[in-house]
Design a protein around this ligand. Structure first.
Ligand SMILES: Nc1nc2c(c(=O)[nH]1)N[C@H]1C(S)=C(S)[C@@H](COP(=O)(O)O)O[C@H]1N2
Ligand SMILES: [Mo]
Length: 313
């Protein structure tokens, strides 16, 4: 079915203008934004706490070249800053200091924790992970951060908590996208607590050995590398535990196309385009999509006994 007003989220990648591929702007913007992100943080936190002193975890071998930094930081989806892929300069206005994250819902003790405080209670590592957007582009990024299971431990959910929802910042003054009232702000998405505890689930605070640039979700974002990228909320301000399955931003927009599970599968097409292959940011090479984005050994058991669930998109 064709919809009258075509918005960014309704377009397959092939129909979008690859504005970020204009050479020259990329490197300069990427570096500038990353530095701006670091400079906004308090001196104690800048650079060090968010990204440094992190050893690469050898358990996660990408089997692909790392995407050039300028490509990963200048071709983004961050609808709060607009529907194009070129949001890096707009996102540079994001205010990341101070930053805190709320833990609420079915937790033993609801609380709000400052980011510096949170980072003191985890050990950072670097993981090179593949990222696969539902629009069929992909990248391979060295992220700095900590296992999502650590965040869950700090939040201390009660046993009746079955799902966890991540809510993204809404800064009226820095995010022009919020004025587009037909979008279901704030951007949220969730997974099962069991998925969040899987060792592959990651919380990123840096990339390429530096603090996350705003456009990639500064200062803290989620990563579920076996799922389509829309399940990876950026700039998280709230983590809520609940018994009912949540309906995230994309599912609210178009449930027939973006479901709750959204695991990567080359054989299950998106209702409007094939997922059989993906385009690598940087080289533009097309390569076959892999089931669970190549991470089946870590996550396939999570879905082994699921029936009557649309787990692929
Ligand atoms: N808050 C927020 N988080 C978001 C999005 C968004 O628009 N807003 N887009 C998602 C989508 S569709 C993708 S593919 C990834 C893109 O992450 P990247 O820009 O770091 O590549 O972020 C996800 N997280
Ligand atoms: Mo995406």
């Amino acid at each position: 079915m064709l919809i009258k007003i075509r918005r960014g989220w309704e377009l397959p990648e092939s129909a979008a203008t690859p504005e970020a591929v204009v050479m020259g702007r990329r490197g300069a913007l990427g570096t500038g934004a990353a530095l701006a992100g670091a400079a906004l943080l308090s001196p104690g936190l800048a650079g060090t706490a968010l990204a440094q002193a992190a050893m690469r975890n050898p358990r996660f071998q990408p089997g692909r070249d790392v995407t050039p930094e300028g490509d990963a930081t200048n071709y983004n989806n961050f609808y709060e800053f607009g529907g194009s892929k070129s949001v890096a300069s707009a996102a540079a206005r994001l205010k990341v200091n101070p930053w805190s994250v709320k833990f609420d819902g079915l937790v033993s003790q609801p609380r709000e924790i400052g980011l510096e405080d949170l980072l003191k209670q985890v050990r950072l590592e670097e993981r090179v992970l593949r990222h696969r957007c539902v629009e069929a582009w992909a990248m391979t990024v060295p992220w700095t951060g900590f296992p999502m299971s650590e965040l869950i431990r700090l939040a201390a959910p009660r046993p009746d908590a079955k799902f966890v929802v991540f809510e993204t910042a809404t800064q009226r003054d820095t995010m022009p996208g919020l004025r587009q009232a037909w979008y279901p702000w704030p951007y949220t998405d969730g997974v099962t607590v069991e998925e969040a505890r899987n060792e592959l689930a990651f919380v990123a605070t840096g990339m390429y050995g530096k603090p996350l640039p705003p456009q990639n979700g500064a200062p803290i974002r989620a990563l579920f590398p076996w799922k389509y990228g829309f399940k990876a909320p950026k700039s998280i301000v709230r983590v809520t535990f609940q018994a009912e399955r949540p309906v995230g931003y994309w599912e609210k927009l178009q449930a027939s196309e973006y479901g709750f599970w959204a695991n990567v599968n080359p054989e299950v097409a998106h209702p409007r385009w094939s997922q059989a292959s993906e385009r690598l940011l940087g080289s533009n090479e097309r390569v076959p999509t892999r089931i669970y984005n190549g991470y089946g050994e870590f996550v396939a058991p999570l879905y082994a006994n699921m029936q009557n669930e649309r787990i692929w998109y």
